[in-house]
Design a binder for this molecule. Structure first.
Ligand SMILES: [Fe+2]
Length: 301
């Protein structure tokens, strides 16, 4: 697969100062120039001022310059113009036609996880390896630090066109889908990198940041809700498609932001999707999704 992860994104917010405070509390490091840094992925989020919230740029990582050449040929076959970025021969830029989203492709290394927390040790009846001490999640006191920006969900008014650009043009693989409703495409081994969702117009549904385990999902969201319970959107639960544990929150601009952990990893050629129906795919357990998750309040604007 020529692409293997998200490099970075630009997210539009009307109030950069308010959004910056949120993402710092979320656990990203504020680089002071609009960029925010994840523990393992580096500078992955840039906040840009704009009257309306939304995704303004998507960056994806390629394995090599040859991969970029192959993608350029695939995009040309779809009549999509590509250009080399001024800064580097190893960077291609294109515009996804249905959403107008600028996409940048550049050669970049995989995420190398550093400082990963030890896996939790769990007690069960008859099997209690953690004798005489509390659970790891109870003992942690340091702020949650997301490892990387792992996926996003993009709403499009032309599902077939956007999905075709991602798959036929960029070479992403479909992991699971509800045809015509939502398709989970992956770049690399993680179950989904960019999910495409049918929507009234170009929309950012949510951006997900991967943390080390379910305790970090719970600790991160709880800390944000302690300061402002109005940030809660949906959680905690476990998705069915992708298996990831989730808790969704709202940034001050209204963008949904997800702490996520334990997402499925897939080897090419070794995945056999199950058929999914209705909202069954949404979650395996947890509270039912609120209406605003299924249709954000500004979806029709
Ligand atoms: Fe998600």
């Amino acid at each position: 697969m020529p692409l293997h992860r998200i490099t970075s994104i630009d997210v539009a917010v009307p109030d950069v100062a308010a959004a910056s405070a949120f993402y710092a509390a979320f656990g990203l490091i504020d680089d002071g120039d609009g960029w925010f840094v994840t523990r393992d992925g580096g500078r992955q989020l840039r906040l840009v001022p704009a009257p309306r919230r939304g995704l303004r740029r998507l960056g994806l990582a390629a394995g090599s310059p040859d991969d970029l050449d192959r993608i350029a040929r695939s995009l040309a076959a779809l009549d999509i113009d590509v250009a080399h970025d001024r800064r580097s021969d190893e960077c291609l830029v294109l515009t996804e036609p249905a959403t107008g989203l600028p996409i940048e492709l550049e050669v970049a290394a995989p995420v190398q996880a550093a400082g990963v927390l030890p896996s939790p040790v769990a007690n069960r009846p008859g099997d209690a390896p953690r004798r005489g001490r509390p659970a790891d999640g109870v003992r942690r006191t340091e702020p949650v630090r997301p490892s990387n920006l792992t996926h996003l969900v993009l709403g499009t008014p032309d599902f077939a066109t956007t999905l075709g650009v991602l798959t036929d043009g960029l070479g992403l693989e479909i992991s699971d889908q509800l045809p015509g409703v939502i398709a989970f495409t992956r770049a690399g081994e993680v179950h989904h990198t960019v999910a495409v969702q049918a929507a009234p117009g170009p929309q950012l549904h949510h951006v997900a940041y991967e943390v080390d385990d379910a305790d970090e999902v719970g600790r991160g969201a709880s800390a944000l809700l302690m300061d402002d319970p109005g940030r809660h959107v949906w959680g905690m639960g476990r998705h069915a498609i992708g298996s990831n544990v989730f808790w969704y929150l709202r940034d001050p601009a209204g963008n949904f932001v997800e702490y996520t952990a334990d997402v499925d990893r897939i080897d090419d050629g070794d995945y056999h999707p199950e058929p999914w129906q209705g909202h069954q795919f949404l979650y395996s357990w947890g509270p039912p999704p609120p209406a605003e998750f299924l249709e954000p309040s500004d979806w029709q604007d």
